[in-house]
Design a protein around this ligand. Structure first.
Ligand code: MN
Length: 167
């Protein structure tokens, strides 16, 4: 029998956000909101690169398709939709929220750029909201490759950050 999964997978987004400082915002959907982390150096496909990720306030689900210029406020700057797709919470049926409470998340990405398994793990390195984000060494891992510089384009407009800001 062909038993396909009938559950629709939640979506994720990575925004490239050129605000006061350039960073990437990882957003994972759960229960109608986007759980969010700011990653100063962005994601890496190299399992050796442990990237700092600061948990930031939940964003509304509608923000998942946003690309454009934020004119004012704390995050003023350009927001480019760097990647999107679906993900699987590998600790399911535990909710993402309960994984966040426990300080460990394992996610399988099905994005246009983000592929394969990644781990988010809370660290007391900087402050309570500090996490480390890194690639698991699976068939999608790539060393000697910078996904952020090799693949700078928006997945909806095809623009670079520079092009998006040239309005
Ligand atoms: Mn941001």
């Amino acid at each position: 029998m062909n038993q396909k999964k009938s559950v629709i997978e939640p979506i994720f987004v990575v925004h490239k956000h050129n605000a006061r400082t350039l960073h990437y915002d990882l957003r994972l959907e759960e229960a109608g909101v986007l759980k969010s982390w700011a990653i100063p150096k962005g994601p890496s496909t190299d399992p050796q690169d442990k990237r700092l990720a600061i948990q930031t306030p939940d964003h509304p689900f509608s923000y998942a398709t946003f690309e454009g210029i934020l004119k004012e406020g704390y995050g003023a700057g350009s927001v480019l939709l760097w990647d999107t797709g679906t993900f699987e919470n590998l600790h399911s049926p535990q909710s993402l929220t309960s994984c966040i409470e426990k300080g460990r998340i394992a996610v399988l990405f099905h994005g246009q750029k983000m592929q394969g398994e990644y781990i988010l793990i809370r660290t007391k390195l900087h402050h309570q909201n500090s996490w480390l984000f890194f690639k698991v060494n699976d068939e999608k891992a790539k060393i000697f490759y910078s996904i952020t510089s090799a693949e700078p384009y928006s997945v909806i407009s095809g623009k670079t950050t520079e092009e998006l800001e040239k309005v």
